[in-house]
Design a protein around this ligand. Structure first.
Ligand code: FAD
Length: 477
């Protein structure tokens, strides 16, 4: 064991939350160490946001050209080279990881590659200790002890599995494994109709894979507005996806061996589906096991979500940010929490954490965008929201692309915008405008129809569909 080096702040986990915390703390003059076991950039860069968007971006022309073919304005066939797409994706991810490491070092942040575990907590003025176990080039392990004044736990999450429903790496894959395949499966069963399942299904459908989606809840994108789920279903069913909602899966396994290996899904009612591969996208579980947080007084909920107080603290001098605290499993939420935790640890703020108006998107040729609560969430908390809406069919840019399915729905409470929900091609580009309208620009107050009336919207843009929806609340929700 090497002797302990002391840091004002140690951050465990180098994803978007951990790296943001490291940069912000170093910028405030703190001595900072960042510990990661797997590759800087975390889930977001290595197996999440970035690789999925690189693959979706590289193939984005396909559904648009298919639409033009249906409109009789184009003809022909596009073929994608999946191994080449994968190489490009891997090169980009590696280059970005290396650039991140350089930036961290240039900021004076010590980076340790290894598995971190709490060795002791902070006692008064005596620092806590973190043990970092790293594997050496000869295969042996080395333990390094690091002293910390403040600990930020940003260890993220991993794909969830359940009894009878676990990836086996053969025909039943999790999102990490499916992101790396170099041969598009002939058919794919996607279990889970949330963001990860929908994005990966959209990508593989562009490569010619036959898609079946299975979602246990009553609709696709079940955490979104019910009308969003209806639109997704209508459009994807028209494109030939088989969609099963409200049906529970009893088992999902690989059958056969070698080149015969394939996925078999059995519903609780006994019906079976088969496909070349299956993706298990049934949520995430916290990466908190074995860190030793309980010994510091932290509470873990359910599968291990780290409970945090109103200031994102899991225990005195210990913050838990990002996916691992289970509040919002999004990269920009981890980033936002990191900024706050560092400010709070440095006594630059005494206020409690406010998640503000959190934007969220599902990407693909049909996108979902939301800021603020849904109508249902508002009603469940005692509000009487009103809605106004516009449909993309009336928008000239949507017409130009031939992507007219979808709508924008503005949710109002007492004459102010509280939330915006949209589904359709390109609507993720409207998300920051939507966040500003719902009070995410720091005002804390959503805009009124009068405020919106003062903005000049360029013509023709997709943004005009937002303008149309903002004229005034039109109907009780
Ligand atoms: P992570 O990014 O998970 O990073 C945690 C890091 O900690 C990892 O590098 C891990 O190896 C390390 N670690 C864990 N335990 C230890 C330990 N004991 N010692 C040392 N290191 C440890 N979010 C979006 O906002 N937009 C998207 O478009 C989007 N797309 C996604 C697509 C997919 C397929 C997936 C899986 C996720 C997606 N997400 C998206 C979610 C996003 O990736 C996460 O919300 C985000 O990465 C969480 O950041 P984090 O810093 O909390 O943790």
């Amino acid at each position: 064991m090497t002797p302990s080096t002391r840091y004002d702040m140690i951050i465990l986990g180098g994803g978007p939350g951990g790296s943001r915390a490291a940069f912000d703390a170093a910028a405030r003059g703190l001595s900072v160490a960042l510990v990661d076991r797997d590759g800087l950039g975390g889930t977001c860069l290595n197996r999440g946001c970035i690789p999925t968007k690189l693959l979706l971006g590289a193939t984005a022309a396909q559904p648009l050209l298919e639409t033009q073919k249906k409109l009789k304005g184009a003809d022909g066939h596009i073929a994608f080279d999946l191994p080449a797409l994968q190489q490009r994706k891997d090169r980009y991810v590696k280059g970005t990881r290396q650039a991140l490491e350089k930036r961290l070092k240039a900021a004076g942040i010590a980076v340790y590659a290894g598995e971190g575990r709490v060795a002791s907590g902070r006692q008064g003025d005596t620092d806590g200790e973190l043990a970092v176990v790293s594997v050496q080039t000869d295969g042996t392990t080395q333990e390094t002890r690091l002293g910390w004044g403040t600990l930020i736990v940003a260890t993220g999450s991993t794909p969830a599995s359940f009894p009878g429903l676990a990836a086996d790496g053969v025909a039943v894959l999790d999102s990490t494994a499916l992101l790396d395949v170099t041969e598009a499966p002939e058919s794919l069963i996607v279990v889970g109709g949330g963001a990860i399942g929908l994005e990966m299904a959209d990508f593989f459908s562009r490569l010619g894979t036959r898609i079946t989606i299975v979602e246990g809840m009553g609709r696709l994108a079940p955490t979104e507005d019910a009308e969003v789920g209806d639109t997704l279903r209508k459009v994807y069913a028209r494109e030939g996806w088989a969609i099963h909602t409200g049906r529970k899966v009893a088992a999902l396994v690989t059958a056969g061996e070698g080149t015969d290996a394939h996925a078999v899904l059995r519903f609780e009612d006994g019906e079976e589906l088969t496909a070349s591969k299956a993706l298990l996208a049934v949520g995430r579980r916290p990466a908190s096991a074995g860190i030793g947080l309980e010994a510091l007084g932290a509470t873990l909920r359910g599968p291990g979500w780290v409970q945090t107080d109103d200031c994102l603290r899991a225990a005195p001098h210990v913050y838990a940010i990002g996916d691992v605290n289970g509040r919002t499993l999004l990269a920009h939420a981890a980033d936002h929490q990191a900024r706050y935790a560092v400010r709070h640890a440095c006594a630059d703020t005494a206020t409690t954490y406010d998640a503000g108006v959190m934007p969220a998107c599902i990407y693909g040729h049909l996108e979902v965008m939301r800021v603020g609560p849904t109508v249902e969430e508002l009603k469940n908390t005692g509000f009487s929201p009103q809605v106004s809406r516009s449909t993309l069919i009336a928008n000239p840019i949507a017409q130009a692309y031939g992507t007219t399915q979808g709508f924008i729905k503005i949710v109002w409470v007492d004459g102010r915008i509280r939330g915006v929900t949209a589904v359709g091609h390109g609507v993720s580009h409207l998300v920051t405008l939507a966040a500003v309208l719902a009070g995410g620009s720091g005002t804390g107050q959503g805009w009124t129809a009068h405020d919106a009336g003062n903005v000049i919207f360029a013509h023709p843009t997709l943004d005009e569909a937002m303008e149309a929806a903002m004229e005034a609340p039109q109907e009780p929700a």
